[in-house]
Write a protein that binds this ligand. Sequence first.
Ligand code: BMA
Length: 830
Amino acid sequence: MNIIRSLNTKWKLIQKERNININVNVPSTVFESLIENDVIENPFYGINEKKMKWVYSSSWEYRKIFSLTAEDLEAHELILRFNGLDTIGKILLNDIEIGKVDNMHLAWEYPLISEFRELLKDGENTVSILFESPVLTAAMLIKKYRRNLTDMPFFMKRASLDGSSYLRKALYSFGWDWGPQLPDTGIWRDVELEIIHFGKIDNLLVSQKHTAGQCEVTANISMKEYIQSDLVTGNYSYRVCLKGPGFSEEKTADISDDSISFLIIDPHLWWTYDLGNPELYSLNVQLLCNLSIVDEKILTIGLRDLQLIRDRDKWGETFYFKLNGVPVFARGANWIPVDSFIARGRKLGLYEKRIDDVLSANMNMIRVWGGGIYEDDHFYDLCDQNGILVWQDFMFACLTIPRHKSFFESVKREAVYNLKRLRHHASIALWVGNNEIETAWVNWGYSFRFPFHRKSYLKMFEAVLPDLVKKYDPERDYRPSSPSSTGGFKDPESPDSGDSHFWQVWHGGEPFSSFRTHYSRFMSEFGFESFPHMKSIKSFSEKDDYSFHSKVMENHQKNGAGNKKILSYMNKRFKEVNRFEHQVILSQLTQAEAMEYGVDHWRRNRNNYRCMGALYWQLNDCWPVASWSSVDYFGRWKALHYFARRFFSPFYCNVAEFKDYFEIWGVNDLNASRTALLKWSYVKESGEIIDAGELNIHINAVSSQLLHRKEISEIQSLKGILFYSFVHDGKTTFNGMKLLKAPRDYQLENPLLSVKCDSAEGHNLVISVLASKPAVYIQIDSKYDFKISDNFFSLNSGESRTLKIDLTEDISDNEFFQSLKLFSLYDFCC
Ligand code: BMA
């Protein structure tokens, strides 16, 4: 049987001129190892980022000794495989060059027996990688092709190092409008040696055909034989087994039968977690030679019929995903790499943590944005297991791409590699060519700046990539760009067809109300910035830096004039405050209100598929920074993430205010109709009731509905606080609050908040918070880190809320309870 031997341990990381020689295990990268070995200070601290130029301007060597036995050398093939090298370098075997690498987005393989047998030794062998500086390589390529393709767009001008577009390396690492300029180098995924006897399963494509109550699963298999032609060819066959809930079947076939099918009656389908269970099946394919197993591949698959529906309608063309016949409103956010140093992030468990955050916020889709990486297998496994859909960009964002042939060839190899690696994942919904390059041609002046690159754009995104998707992942849809309407540079920002990015709020400086003027078929980006949690700010700054415009705070803000913008929006919504700590919280509340305003509007408009998705920019951060994220680099939730948990509830209630009236809406994203008792209470700051009511409501499956409308003339005041809830079987299933005016217009009274501990067990606490007067945006905080079931919520007079807390630090319940601090808007702004 073929064996895979890990070559991950006992490497040396060497930089001769600086006398650096460190023992490392891989996957790891230069920055990670230099930090760990105290060669450099933490690049995330203060303005240390600016001192790191030498690291990414240097060459680095990774070197390892590995042993081969006489028996290994008799194998039919030995494949040396690097699953991820970042990025430009040479591979040496026993100090002789065996290849060059220049693309971090694919695996590099070297067949040692057939191509480099004379270099191999019985006993110790050395493998080394000589990495070149990514920025010096980029500079060289700018010179060679006489064009700096990074000289746009406007919001990236200050953020990104030059020339990144020439390299197949994660673009964000050169700096982005939320990311530091820390282009890393290293062995960022596993290294292995595959020892092959006879043959290997070369290609495995699984297809599914769904008809009423059944699913036909077909495994299309091909093998590669490694025996030299003068030897006797083996007698090969396949054994394929499909197992899943209530199903297990094994089939054998001759290798001439390259497709093997299974018919599953009443299959257990894969659903997003909100619509059902994400059921999974396991497909095990064995290659047998003379009846013994020589190779095996196991894929975890989900049986689901998932389509992107683009039907003509009265507005233009729909854009939504239909999962097993159910139209899905996509609720979610955009995903960026989990760390500036990806291998480190993986070890810190950031994939599990961020996916947990996605689930906790009731999201059912995440978009893997094109300026990062094709994520780890583990990421897609987690999405498969947890029933989360993935919108997958190819790795291109904002920048014009080069035209030369070798670039195109490299991208083709990268695309084929990733399509084959990822296509079996149930979670992947769509492939998209790039982020915002089509719109850059139409709206950012690229047509004038890069007239000679227009054709190559069309070739890459409207010919090469869709053809490869058709060939290697034929059941999945492809769109050329995000946003895009019909492609071909035709109105990429159209609100009537395709997906849209809406940036008039934030980049355009328009008020939140602009969200309501924009109807989109699928809103794949819109966002608003805020500061991270104060504890996260403390990780990179000192007291003296605590001001929006200090050197350090400005370095931890990569969007030109971003901090000024936060302040200006914030001061329009909230009364001005002077304490930096309070400003940080208000920045988060401004962001949360902004995103809620947009999401509520698009969710209300889901009927007739008018709008079928709201993915805000952005879920996470790769370092501690003021950005559009809802979860900061250390995993601390901003106010937005708690708001998102509410505004992405599948069965949801929200309020729209107008000049003369307000409306209460219900949204039901679930596949069955729902009933509830809607209760509302419209009160003054003192708690005095202006209006209140109850209504039995029924909302059809997958729809939104106007539940109640109140004319202001009937209630005299638009300056009230509206509390509303859904109650089902005596239990409150949803709670919401809406200020019909900007918070700064209110004279809130002291809500006299109190808290008590209901129970404490191990690291879990249950507490209740009680308000005597209306309490707006209650924040529960502590000097310790913790997880809490809700935060930044509001309470009506005399109302209490029970909350569950998980302690994430090792302290006693009592100590934690004593450390709790409660604030509400009254404490900052009144
Ligand atoms: C979008 C994204 C990113 C960017 C963000 C904020 O357009 O695609 O490129 O970081 O806006 O400006």
